[in-house]
Design a protein around this ligand. Structure first.
Ligand code: C6P
Length: 415
């Protein structure tokens, strides 16, 4: 993608698809820089969901009436569309819909972990894992007697790959790694980690919650065994998440939850399971949300994921440089470039991140403060909390200026 293509991105036009960006609070237009928590939803996605409710709302897989058939086709097609979006050539057979990334992690940890892990086995995580992965594997390891190891994060905010090679051994059964850190912004070398894991016959689970929304992702090029992400972070609705798994692995796994819609045959004595992905999707699934996610993928592809990534890089570099120019700001994570995603976590000297965020809120600037569900990483950084600004394709440099200018108020108040 040339610089010209990036500059050509019509941000003003894109912004018109997101009426929420016009929202005012106390007479000030909201500056939304909390996109790593959740992104806004464009009109075509809202429209697609509303069209579903208006014209073909019905339960799926269960009815032979017309509306149910339409809803079923839309629900099933959404699996193929999302699979295609992340390069999964097996289509729906490799794409399970869940509630969110967290549930995707739990699905594999329970379904695979509980039956396959035992004493002597090791699960390798990294120090920058989100609690969705860290807590889940930690608890499954406790139940099964497996050990957990953490690959070190170095002082630049990158993974220490020498340490990764030491941690991943023939005892490793699962490597679970975040693709883009939601705190440091680091883009991890997941494909290299997949090679190392596979050299030791271990599986690799990639947490793509911050990656799929912000860059082109090809699960087959990465050679991930499992790959998880959430609809609400990629201009889609809340309530739907995705789990990619290689077809043969998913086929061999036991279901995680049981109930209707996932079975082949049930007797008073026993039950057998339907095909993937349905055997992992019992009960009434998120139908409207799947329709919305399909529309979200269409929307992002129309912009082009290379452009989305390049826009993120441009905004991040701008925000990083502006914040780094302030003597009293400490920034976490790598310098801008291909190894940093679209967010900047930082602290302003002498001001707690929560206070800072509250002062920014008075300026209608929305950022996040806290540990961002990475408490052990914050312990390692030696801070209880950080402030985090995160950008998306509709953000502008002027919005970043508003953030940096509002810092002055915090200094005055806490001086
Ligand atoms: N992070 C944030 O950083 P859910 O909530 O299940 O859709 O996604 C969980 C999750 C998993 N992995 C990573 C890397 C994430 O960033 C997140 C969600 C949000 O603000 C909420 S803590």
């Amino acid at each position: 993608m040339s610089q010209q293509d990036v500059e050509d991105l019509d941000v003003e036009r894109i912004r018109t698809d997101f009426p929420i960006l016009e929202r005012e609070v106390d007479g000030k237009q909201v500056v939304y820089l909390d996109n790593a928590a959740t992104t806004h939803t464009p009109e075509p996605v809202v429209e697609a969901m509303s069209d579903y409710y208006r014209r073909y709302n019905a339960n799926v897989h269960r009815g032979i009436h017309h509306l149910s058939q339409e809803a079923s086709v839309a629900y099933e097609d959404a699996h193929d569309r999302v699979a295609e979006f992340v390069g999964a050539s097996g289509g729906r057979e490799e794409m399970v819909f869940t509630k969110n990334t967290t549930e995707s992690e739990n699905l594999i940890a329970y379904s695979w972990g509980l039956s396959e892990l035992g004493p002597g086995d090791e699960v390798v995580l990294t120090e920058m894992e989100h609690h969705a992965s860290l807590v889940t594997w930690q608890q499954i390891a406790k139940r099964t007697g497996a050990d957990v190891k953490y690959v070190r994060v170095d002082e630049t905010g990158r993974l220490d790959m020498d340490h990764a090679r030491e941690c991943i051994t023939d005892d490793t059964a699962m490597v679970s790694v975040v693709h883009v850190s939601n705190t440091l912004g680091t883009v991890n070398p997941v494909s290299e980690l997949a090679d190392i894991a596979h050299d030791h016959d271990a599986y690799i689970f990639v947490d793509g919650a911050q990656a799929v929304p912000t860059r082109p992702v090809d699960v087959e090029k990465i050679d991930a065994d499992f790959y998880a992400f959430s609809g609400h972070k990629m201009v889609g609705p809340t309530g739907i998440g995705c789990l990619y798994g290689k077809a043969d692995i998913l086929e061999a796994l036991e279901p995680y939850h049981y109930g209707g819609g996932m079975i082949r045959k049930v007797t008073f004595e026993d039950s057998t399971w339907g095909d993937v992905p349905w055997k992992f999707e019992p009960g009434t699934p998120p139908i409207a949300e799947a329709v919305g996610l399909h529309a979200a993928v269409d929307y992002l592809e129309e912009i082009g994921m290379e452009r989305v990534r390049d826009r993120e890089e441009t905004l991040t570099e701008y925000a990083y440089d502006r914040l780094a120019a302030e003597d009293d700001v400490e920034i976490y994570g790598p310098e801008p470039g291909p190894e940093r995603g679209g967010l900047v976590s930082f602290n302003l000297e002498g001001v707690h991140a929560h206070d800072l965020t509250s002062i920014l809120n008075d300026h209608a600037v929305a950022i996040r403060a806290g540990d961002h569900c990475t408490q052990p990483l914050h312990d390692k950084l030696g801070v209880a909390a950080s402030a985090r600004a995160s950008f998306y394709v509709y953000n502008t440099r002027e919005e970043i200026d508003a953030l940096v200018e509002a810092l002055e108020d915090a200094r005055t108040l806490f001086a």
